[in-house]
Design a protein around this ligand. Structure first.
Ligand code: MSP
Length: 545
């Protein structure tokens, strides 16, 4: 296992407002980054905003402001959304940062020097209103008219710089063959491979029809195509274009990344164009491009036309109602990390919250702390009377915990968040079953069985403590609350997970307060989706108080 790990989200377009898609990808990376840092690795977690391109230029013009002002405004919104969701990145890159712009130009110059770029002429059917080209086939299907305003398409030519993607055909095929995990999950890999085998065409890497972008070095009439500029954020943030500069010397060692986490719609750029660019630049390739699927809502695709996006105000309502940790838990365990889309259904959220958090994590920890309160005055009992640990009902808890920790970390390493969290929840479910089996409340009536009772409750509390270490990356707030109640001080950023997860961390005699981590929540009658959902629920709660 490499001790250094770099994980990235896509950089988000500033012509959009933050929504569940952005929140989801960033939360996945945040959980991975927190876990790995806690496990002692050196982690660099990058996110940021993609700020150039025609759309930003046009939206800004529509509002009568400069593109930079629009970018500043929306980048700030993304940052504040991320801080609300407690997403702790190491850097937030913006493609308008001068450090980025300078390095993009240096890299494009390197690509040209390496012979990977040429000036070519492109001819096609141009939609003047949309500033968009159509191929012959598309134009024929459109009857040579703009699908938007119906005006005739015109035959136009444009000189553009091209990246010689076609010359990387064999190298890319070999990459996919030699590294079956380069693109995950496998269904996505197969899609890319299928398209790759159809043959690669060169891709334009500059435009001349707008100016909001990075100027082509040596030919400032051309603006570098926004995707080329955007993909390079992954290397410019680490300063790979200026490794000798002080700011970056400590960062460049994080390259290459363990994961580029992206959504499935932008896979081709990341799985084909990006590795080809890196090959041309002679840089090592990422270990894995992980393309997750999409959230849909109540069984329907989210779209601007339907107006059913889970936007920031909706996210805030869920956070307000169920708590931030519950939101993060739902993202992590129910999200579309696999090859199929995941449904964000209000009733499902409500159920998962109650089943996993209220009835499992919350209930088990309050049950155990309450019994320690009742039978041992709130002080942790011992598990080893006379110096020998009592093994109750053949439960070898230290071994079970060690196995869960291994499993949880290995799953997180594969970016299997649900598997990693499942290992911790599995421990807690076992504690519940252990309590039902050993019935400590009955033993409490028999003074002669006090040692046994103490050992049982010690073991329950100790397992909960160990499970909470594994749950911290997904639910930092609630786990820290639990640690306070257990009088333990932990700084997860100090990277001592393995040491802390060793059996026996709880000391006999230390205090444990009763905790109620996850309160029951009434379900809003209309679900949370409608704008009145939150208010109606609030009113219902007030009137029932
Ligand atoms: N700017 C480009 C990325 C450049 S990366 C070098 C971009 N930006 S975006 O703002 O459109 O963000 C896209 C990302 O949002 C996707 O990769 C995906 O992570 C996320 N999602 C957008 N809609 C989504 C869902 N409905 N569900 C889950 N995530 C989706 O593309």
């Amino acid at each position: 296992m490499s001790q250094r790990t770099y994980i990235t989200t896509p950089i988000y377009y500033v012509n959009d407002k933050p929504h569940i898609g952005h929140a989801y990808t960033t939360t996945v990376c945040d959980i991975y980054a927190r876990f790995m840092r806690f496990a002692g690795r050196e982690v660099f977690f990058l996110t940021g905003t993609d700020e150039h391109g025609l759309k930003v230029e046009t939206s800004a013009a529509d509002r009568g402001i400069t593109p930079q002002a629009l970018a500043d405004e929306n980048a700030a919104e993304f940052r504040s959304a991320m801080s609300m969701l407690q997403l702790e990145f190491d850097d937030f890159i913006r493609t308008t940062d001068l450090d980025h712009v300078r390095q993009v130009q240096a890299f494009v110059t390197r690509l040209r020097e390496a012979g990977a770029v040429y000036l070519g002429e492109f001819e096609g059917w141009y939609d003047e209103g949309q500033e968009e080209y159509h191929t012959e086939t598309q134009a024929r299907e459109l009857d040579y008219k703009s699908p938007i305003n119906g005006r005739p398409l015109v035959r136009a030519r444009e000189k553009n710089y091209y990246f010689r993607l076609s010359s990387f055909q064999e190298k890319l095929e070999k990459l996919f063959e030699d590294h079956p995990d380069f693109v995950r999950p496998p269904a996505r890999r197969n899609e890319v491979l299928g398209r790759l085998r159809e043959g690669l065409a060169d891709v334009p890497m500059s435009r001349t029809n707008f100016s909001w972008g990075v100027a082509m070095p040596g030919d400032p009439e051309h603006v570098i195509y926004v995707w080329i500029d955007a993909l390079m954020n992954y290397i410019t943030a680490l300063g790979l274009g200026e490794p000798e500069s002080d700011r970056y010397s400590a960062r460049s060692r994080y390259w290459p990344p363990a994961y580029h986490v992206i959504g499935k719609e932008i896979l081709w750029f990341h799985a084909v164009i990006w590795p080809a660019m890196l090959m041309a630049l002679d840089l090592p390739l990422p270990q894995c491009v992980y393309a997750h699927s999409f959230w849909i809502r109540e069984g329907r695709k989210m779209s601007k036309t339907l107006g059913n996006f889970i936007d920031l105000p909706t996210i805030e309502r869920y956070v307000g109602r169920y708590g931030l940790d519950a939101w993060r838990y739902f993202m992590a365990t129910q999200g579309p990390l696999g090859a199929t889309d995941a449904d964000f259904a209000d009733v499902h959220f409500h159920e998962v919250y109650h089943t996993d958090l209220v009835n499992t994590v919350g209930n088990c920890s309050s049950r155990v702390s309450a019994m320690i309160g009742r039978y041992f005055d709130g002080a942790v009992p011992g598990e080893s009377p006379g110096g020998r640990r009592l093994t109750i009902a053949e439960h070898d808890w230290p071994a079970l915990c060690a196995e869960a920790v291994r499993h949880s970390e290995a799953a997180m390493d594969r970016l299997d968040l649900a598997g990693s969290i499942g290992a911790a929840l599995g421990l807690i479910r076992r504690v519940d079953a252990f309590i039902n089996l050993t019935e400590p409340y009955k033993l409490a009536r028999d003074d002669s069985r006090c040692d046994e009772l103490g050992a049982i409750l010690y073991q329950c509390a100790e397992v909960i403590r160990i499970a909470s270490l594994l749950l911290w990356p997904v639910m930092p707030g609630k786990c820290e609350e639990l640690w306070q109640a257990m009088e333990i001080q932990i700084d997860p950023r100090a990277g001592r997970l393995h040491e802390l997860a060793e059996w026996g961390g709880l000391a006999q005699g230390q205090g444990i307060r009763k905790t109620a981590l996850f309160p029951r929540v009434d379900r809003s009658p209309s679900g949370d989706g409608s704008p009145s959902g939150g208010d109606a629920a609030c009113a219902a709660r007030l009137s029932s108080d």
